[in-house]
Ligand binder design. Structure first.
Ligand code: AHG
Ligand code: MN
Ligand code: MN
Length: 320
């Protein structure tokens, strides 16, 4: 049997790579790891819950309103981070405003607690995305300024994909490493060390239902993909589409449309963390013209177009 390295062993081993090296990231990732296992458990029994307890909006056996899984995941990740102490505030897709912990923590986190919500009820892969920044403001509470840092200021980012297996993938800016949850022992084990994405690929991922709202450039690029007999793959969960393309090589596009010029995806907790990871893996992420990590956010829930994946494919899509 080959050597097994657990996520906790790996975190301790690589702790010195994180700015501050005080063990903050180690304990923060421990909080994420635990939350991921609990969400994984809930995701795996989602169908069962619906059968036994009724669809969301009904009450559970204790008479409490059943929470949608994305609200459940949001509350859980926030609770875990609050207990852990290194994070003083969180910006989440599920909360209109910043959530403060008032604990003097040195970091702020942005997150999409449950990505791919439309796939929750139909047994298709979903995920969690997170991004960690050093707090830059100095008052008693974190401010908007802490969250509106460009993506290039991220100190770490990662995602969890709840798929045919559950994986946690993260980077502290020293490469990307992927861990698979072994459900028999409840432990994440290193399965994809130092992940690199191919410069080219054969997969393009885009919601072609928006065809009549795309620019000529985007349509030209899709046509070119078809002429090259590339494969169209679109799960509709960004994390899962991104993860597949990262491993196999490919491009994911959510461009602006005539109805939504800034597209659909959110800069702070979807585009930025995945852009950080893809660059660490040798790939590329832009909004069609500008590097995602160079964009200066102006609001918490800002949207931006996203072209992300294999370097040569992102470049070709931008030129089309
Ligand atoms: P969320 O479930 O967090 O709101 O994100 C949904 C996003 C993303 O996961 C996915 O890639 C995209 O929406 C799909 O959008 P379309 O249905 O418009 O293609
Ligand atoms: Mn999402
Ligand atoms: Mn979400």
């Amino acid at each position: 049997m080959s050597d097994i390295k657990t996520l906790s062993e790996f975190i301790v081993e690589r702790q010195a790579e994180f700015p501050g090296a005080s063990g903050d990231l180690s304990s923060l990732l421990t909080a994420f790891r635990l939350a991921a296992k609990i969400v994984n458990r809930e995701v795996n029994k989602a169908g069962l819950m619906a059968d036994i307890l009724g669809a969301e909006g009904t009450e559970n056996v204790q008479g409490e309103a059943q929470q949608k899984l994305d609200v459940y995941a949001n509350n859980l990740f926030i609770r875990m981070m609050k207990t852990q102490g290194a994070v003083c505030a969180v910006a989440s897709e599920e909360d209109d405003d910043i959530v403060h912990f008032d604990n003097g923590g040195k970091y702020v986190v942005t997150m999409d607690p449950l990505d791919g919500s439309s796939n929750i009820d139909v047994n298709v892969s979903i995920g969690t995305i997170f991004s960690i920044y050093k707090r830059v403001s100095s008052g008693p509470k974190a401010t908007l300024e802490d969250f509106l840092q460009p993506g290039s200021a991220q100190v770490a980012a990662g995602y969890i994909v709840y798929g045919s297996s559950t994986m946690l993938v993260y980077s502290t800016g020293h490469g990307v490493n992927g861990f698979t949850l072994d459900p028999s022992i409840g432990t994440f084990c290193l399965s994809y060390p130092d992940m690199k994405t191919p410069d080219d690929g054969k997969i393009y991922s885009i919601n072609e239902g928006n065809w009549y709202e795309f620019s000529d450039g985007v349509r030209n690029y899709i046509d070119a993909c078809k002429q090259k007999k590339m494969s169209a793959r679109y799960i509709g969960s960004l994390v899962a589409d991104f993860h597949r393309n990262l491993l196999k090589g490919g491009v994911y596009l959510y461009p602006g449309t005539t109805k939504a010029p800034k597209g659909k995806l959110r800069l702070l907790y979807e585009a930025n963390p995945l852009a950080f990871l893809v660059e660490q893996a040798g790939g590329m992420a832009t909004d069609g013209t500008t590097r995602i990590l160079d964009l200066k956010p102006t609001e918490l829930h800002q949207r931006c177009p996203l072209y992300i994946g294999s370097r040569n494919m992102v470049e070709a899509a931008m030129k089309a």
